[in-house]
Design a protein around this ligand. Sequence first.
Ligand code: 13P
Length: 249
Amino acid sequence: MRKKLIVGNWKMNGRRAMANELCSTIMHEMQNFKNIDVTLCPPFILLDEVRKMTADSECMLGAQDLDMHNDGAYTGQVSAGMLKDAGCEWVIIGHSERRTLFGETNLTVGKKAKQALDHGLKPIVCVGETEGERKAGQETSIVQGQLQSVIDEIGIDSCKDMTIAYEPVWAIGTGLTATPEEAQTMHAFIREQLDLQHDETAKACRILYGGSMKQDNAGSLLGCPDIDGGLIGGASLNAGEFLGICRSA
Ligand code: 13P
């Protein structure tokens, strides 16, 4: 039985005061969520603030990206070793915003996943098709390509330590959520791809859904057999919404 995982991706939002307020509200209810995993991924600069606020709880800490290199002359970048040192257990990799706005490719996503695993960080690798790709009936081939390039880089045996997030680009920040049927179909496809290569990995690997998940649609999505949690953007900035999603899980 895979434990549900709810991850808050704050994206480029927040200040210290906001982080304090949001975390303290979430912390009031954390003891009720013993049966699920909860992770918060604030911007780099707020990692320490959130680490302090969540230190006495089971809530885990994650980053939104990392550099594919070890420490060195890479101005402005943040390494896997730095994230470990800052208290991170998780790191989001290959978010569609990174792919479309910052030029990440399947190749760099694979290298970043490897870098995370080599440093004991758990990667949450994002995959998902655009609206145009879905309209053209290419959604499974796009997702398969994104997934396979990571598997090729890290090896199928390491995939048990990876979490996958299916985030259809057309559902991110748009208020348009994939229906539970659409999401389940893709999640089952992803698991089948893993199963073709290693059945134990397919059973163990958590596949999260992301894209306009809110407290009022979380229950039906999280009730699907292959949806093991959520990667939450906008709703993770609202304590009531985020807690509502955690309760659904
Ligand atoms: P929204 O929940 O705001 O649609 O964002 C989803 C997402 O991109 C999480 O990584």
